[in-house]
Design a protein around this ligand. Structure first.
Ligand code: SAM
Length: 283
C-alpha cells in the first residue's frame, strides 16, 4: 500500500487517500457532471452488492474505492480482490473522502467507477417474446432509474432513450435503478433515427397516450416483439412519434388526476405486455 496524497496511484497497488484535494479524488468527484461522465465514459455505482454483481456480469471496473474503516470486512476484501484481478485501481479512503465523493453523510462502504455501455440502436433486432421500452425525452432521474429497475423486473430486453434525456449514468439515476443499470441494455437515438429504426424492426410499437382510443389491455402483445413508447413527463408524446406507432393505447383512470406518473404508467404497461410470460415460478 502507498500512503501519499501527492503521487498518482498506479494500477496493481492499493493507494490510501485522506485528502479531498487529491487530484484523483477531484476527478472522481467531477463524475457528478454529465460533461465529465461523457468525456471519460465513466460512471459511479455504490454498494457491495452492486459492485460485485457488476463484476460478475462482466462490467469493466476502472476504480474501486472503499472506506478504510470497512477494510477488513470480507465483502470489501472480495470486491477489492476482484477489482484488482480486473486491473482496476484500488483506493482506500477516509469516510470524509467517501462522503464527499457520494455526497452522502452516511456513504456506502464501497464505490465502483465503471465504464458506461450503450447498445447501438442499429444492433437491436427484437426477437419474438421481447419487450423494449422507448422513452421520449425523459427528464426525471428518479423516473428513469425506476423504469430501468421495473424493466429489469418485468424481463424487458432494454430501454431506448429518444431525444434529449436525463443521463442513465448519473449517480441519482444509478441509485434509483438499484443495480438494474448493469442488467438492462440501454440505447439512445434521435427521434428521426428511432422512427427510421422502427420502420424495419419488425416490432409492434404501442404508444401510450392520454388520447389513446384503445384500452391498454386490448392489444395482442404476443403477435410481434413489442416496443412500449412512453411520453415526456410534461408534454407527453409528440405527434410524429404517436402517429407513427402501430397503436395508441390509454390506461383508463378514475378520480381527479390528469395522468399517471411516467414510471407508474411504464410499470403498468410492462406487466400487461408481458403478462403471458410472467409466472410466480419463473424466478
Ligand atoms: N401532460 C402530459 C400529456 O398530456 O400527455 C402528461 C404526460 S404523463 C405524466 C407522462 C407519460 O406517461 C405519458 O406521455 C404516457 O406515456 C404515460 N401515461 C400517463 N398516464 C397515462 C394513461 N392514463 N394512459 C396512457 N399513458 C399514460
Amino acid at each position: 500500500m502507498t500512503k501519499d496524497d501527492d503521487t498518482l496511484p498506479r494500477r496493481g497497488q492499493v493507494k490510501e487517500i485522506t485528502s479531498l484535494a487529491n487530484p484523483v479524488i477531484k476527478d472522481i468527484k467531477a463524475l457528478s457532471q454529465k460533461k465529465h461522465r461523457e468525456g471519460t465514459g465513466h460512471f459511479m455505482a455504490e454498494g457491495f452488492k452492486l459492485v460485485l454483481d457488476a463484476l460478475d456480469t462482466g462490467w469493466h471496473i476502472d476504480t474501486l474505492i472503499y472506506a478504510k474503516a470497512a477494510k477488513s470486512k470480507p465483502l470489501v476484501e472480495k470486491a477489492a480482490a476482484r477489482a484488482f484481478a480486473a486491473g482496476g485501481l484500488i483506493l482506500e479512503v477516509s469516510e470524509k473522502v467517501l462522503s464527499s465523493i457520494t455526497r452522502r453523510d452516511n456513504p456506502q462502504s464501497v464505490v465502483g467507477i465503471f465504464q458506461a455501455r450503450w447498445r447501438p440502436l442499429s444492433d437491436i433486432r427484437p426477437k419474438p417474446g421481447e419487450t423494449w421500452v422507448a422513452l421520449d425525452r425523459v427528464r426525471d432521474p428518479g423516473n428513469l432509474g425506476t423504469i430501468i429497475r421495473t424493466a429489469d423486473a418485468a424481463g424487458a430486453s432494454g430501454v431506448i432513450l429518444i431525444g434529449e434525456t436525463t443521463d442513465p449514468f448519473a449517480l441519482e439515476t444509478v441509485r434509483a435503478t438499484m443495480g438494474s443499470v448493469f442488467a438492462v441494455p440501454l440505447a439512445r437515438a434521435s427521434s428521426a433515427d428511432f422512427l427510421k429504426w422502427q420502420r424495419n424492426a419488425g416490432t409492434a410499437v404501442v404508444a401510450t397516450h392520454l388520447k389513446g382510443a384503445v384500452d391498454y389491455r386490448e392489444p395482442d402483445y404476443r403477435a410481434r416483439p413489442v416496443v412500449l413508447l412512453m411520453g415526456n413527463e410534461q408534454a407527453g408524446l409528440p405527434d410524429d412519434l404517436a402517429d407513427a406507432a402501430d397503436i395508441r393505447v390509454r390506461i383508463p383512470q378514475q378520480g381527479r388526476a390528469d395522468s399517471l406518473n411516467l414510471a407508474v404508467a411504464t410499470g403498468i404497461m410492462l406487466f400487461e405486455a408481458r403478462r403471458h410470460l410472467l409466472e410466480l415460478g419463473g424466478r
